[in-house]
Design a protein. Structure first.
Length: 301
């Protein structure tokens, strides 16, 4: 499970890569590449691991992922079952601003676009207000050929540059993408172990053993490369799962049931951790979600 290398195969007749996939689950390994990546999640749910941070994703989400940023769209566990009922579907655009498109991005007319990419070097999630327009322009790129592809790509870039909201980076500005291959292999193994076992009572010793490290060495390594302690990272993974369960609408998933399902062995601890990460109690989170859903439904009608 390597972070490096991951080489995009660029066709001889294209400077921008367009891809559409439909698979049982997303590519399983933490990886990075020289290209920027714009991905529209048509179908699928899970957690995007980007650098040293995590973001839940669902159908309809669009992400811009920075060049060389280690990332992984981790599908939810149910996508790895033996049934063929669930699939993921996504569309992506890849472009290398420092490679074949370097001359384009160095033009005076592209100064704003180049500055935008530099400012948002790790990427961000596209605000929901703008996803429809971005998705339309991604589709225009995908179906274009010849010079029209380049023209449509420029329209897509201009649409990104015109975003006028405060864009939240996918990971800390201080995060360094310079991860060696050996470090990447180990980090990928650690993250996969945690995301596959978070709902059981895994300990520091368990995850350190999975990484073939002593607990002390693991703590130093994990903090250095993720910015998290093992416990804080594990709690975020568990709370991410709990948030999805709380708003899933399944009547059986009461708050205590959600807590134990996510790996917490104490409802008191769950409530405390949930509030520290989300900023409100589980009950308030459900009420807020239901209120917003009701308002949106009324507005649509």
């Amino acid at each position: 499970m390597k972070v490096l290398p991951f080489t995009m195969l660029v066709p001889d007749d294209k400077s921008v890569i367009s891809e559409q996939i439909e698979l049982p689950f997303f590519y399983q390994y933490l990886h990075r590449h020289d290209e920027w990546q714009i991905t529209y999640i048509e179908h699928g749910e899970g957690t995007l691991i980007a650098g040293n941070d995590m973001h839940p994703f669902q159908s309809g989400d669009v992400f811009l992922i920075g060049a060389k940023l280690p990332h992984l769209f981790k599908s939810n566990p149910e996508y790895f079952s033996n049934t063929k009922e669930r699939t993921v579907k996504a569309s992506s655009i890849y472009f290398n601003a420092n490679g074949v498109l370097n001359a384009l991005f160095n033009l005076p007319e592209m100064k704003l676009a180049s500055a935008f990419l530099q400012k948002n070097k790790h990427g961000f999630k596209i605000p929901e207000l703008y996803t429809k327009d971005i998705i339309k322009k991604m589709s225009d790129v995908h179906y274009a050929t010849g010079s029209d592809l380049l023209f449509n790509f420029l329209k897509l870039i201009n649409c990104l540059v015109d975003l006028n909201e405060n864009l939240l980076p996918l990971c800390s500005e201080m995060y360094s993408s310079n991860v060696t291959e050996n470090e990447g292999m180990r980090l990928s193994k650690i993250i996969n172990f945690i995301t596959e076992n978070y709902n059981s009572q895994i300990s520091l010793e368990d995850v350190a053993n999975a990484a073939f490290m002593t607990p002390q060495a693991f703590c130093r390594y994990f903090k250095k490369h993720t910015g998290h302690t093992f416990v804080s990272f594990l709690n975020e993974v568990r709370i991410n799962d709990a948030c999805k369960s709380l708003i899933s609408g399944r009547k059986a998933d009461c708050i205590s049931g959600v807590a134990y399902k996510a790996g917490f062995n104490s409802i008191t601890n769950f409530n405390r951790v949930f509030k520290s990460i989300i900023g409100q109690s589980p009950r308030a989170y459900i009420d807020t979600y239901n209120h917003v859903s009701k308002v949106n439904s009324t507005t649509t009608i």
